[in-house]
Design a protein around this ligand. Structure first.
Ligand code: GDP
Length: 295
């Protein structure tokens, strides 16, 4: 476990061991280093504070003070606590046994919704499950064509309507078509905005209410740090989210936003996006992410 930590964290924890007996005061030094590392990983301040409170309570208990290798025990507590709050693991799309399962993707413009439609479709195709995509992003002029390009690349049907300005109707008609054609999954690619606004939220809430998706996933750009957290809060207030997909974790981002988004929404992180290609979607695993955040 030590190996996954940065040099700074490793030496800090080793120096704790050198002190012979672990005391409240030198353990606090160790926890401060953890706190600094989490803030550097872009975990939001209030989340770090909550987390440190939970960890301190456990670490300052007898378990660490009595342990033979208290510094390792301390790292273990931090690591285990991170894994526990990043969980549970749930990458299932919860497909229904009958009729199409409707999956609605929402998120800010540029977060990776349309690309993720392709990635989920690829995943389903690999399992011999037939998806259909519905182009319900009527805000971004190129979005409909982008979805058709993805459909052609993956050889899956895409439902769109050139002149319909009502995304609710487009989604309803798309779902009806999917039923008629026997698609097992319908993925709704909804509109985003550059920033949260009331009109967008009202539109999404209306689709949620009138179309009744089985799963609503928020797609969040993992590179955007604190903005990701703010937008996740707003989407979570407007919609009943079932999961989060965090994209662009192939970049330098340490992934701290993921911890904050999980904290704000309380719903499972389903997948992470690790590239622009359709196969760059991984089921979320808390262990790897905990090590990355604590680097
Ligand atoms: P939308 O506006 O939410 O539909 O966003 P798009 O799907 O159009 O994605 C915006 C940009 O992000 C595109 O250039 C995608 O190729 C890119 N993108 C999406 N997901 C990922 C990812 O996981 N990693 C990387 N590096 N780029 C991504």
């Amino acid at each position: 476990m030590f190996e996954s930590l940065s040099d700074g964290l490793q030496s800090a924890f080793k120096s704790l061991a050198g002190k012979g007996k672990l005391t409240e005061s030198n353990m606090r030094d160790g926890l401060e280093i953890v706190q600094k590392s989490m803030l550097e990983a872009d975990v939001s301040y209030s989340v770090v504070q909550d987390f440190m409170g939970q960890v301190s309570e456990k670490a300052l208990g007898k378990r660490v003070l009595l342990s033979l290798r208290p510094n390792e025990e301390l790292v273990r507590i931090v690591h285990d606590e991170l894994i526990s709050i990043l969980g549970p693991v749930d990458s299932s799309l919860h497909l229904k046994s009958e009729g199409p399962t409707i999956i609605m993707l929402c998120g800010l413009q540029g977060s990776g919704k349309t690309t993720t439609c392709g990635k989920l479709s690829q995943l389903l195709k690999e399992q011999d499950i037939k998806p259909m995509l519905v182009a319900a992003d009527l805000q971004r002029p190129a979005a409909i064509e982008q979805l058709h390009v993805i459909g052609r690349q993956l050889d899956i049907p895409v439902y769109s309507e050139a002149d319909n300005k009502d995304p609710v109707k487009v989604c309803q008609n798309g779902v009806a078509k999917a039923k008629a054609e026997g698609a097992r999954v319908v993925i709704l690619d909804t509109a985003g905005r550059l920033a949260i606004d009331d009109e967008l939220m009202a539109e999404l809430a209306k689709i949620d209410k009138k179309v009744g998706p089985d799963q609503v996933y928020l797609v969040v750009d993992g590179m955007t740090g604190q903005d990701a957290v703010n937008s996740a809060g707003a989407f979570n207030d407007a919609l009943e989210l079932d999961g989060v997909i965090m994209t662009k974790l192939d970049g330098d981002a340490r992934g701290g936003a993921l911890l904050s988004v999980k904290h704000v929404t309380g719903v499972p992180i389903k997948f992470i996006g690790t590239g622009e290609h359709f196969d760059a979607l991984e089921p979320f695993r808390p262990e790897g992410m905990a090590s990355r955040i604590l680097q």
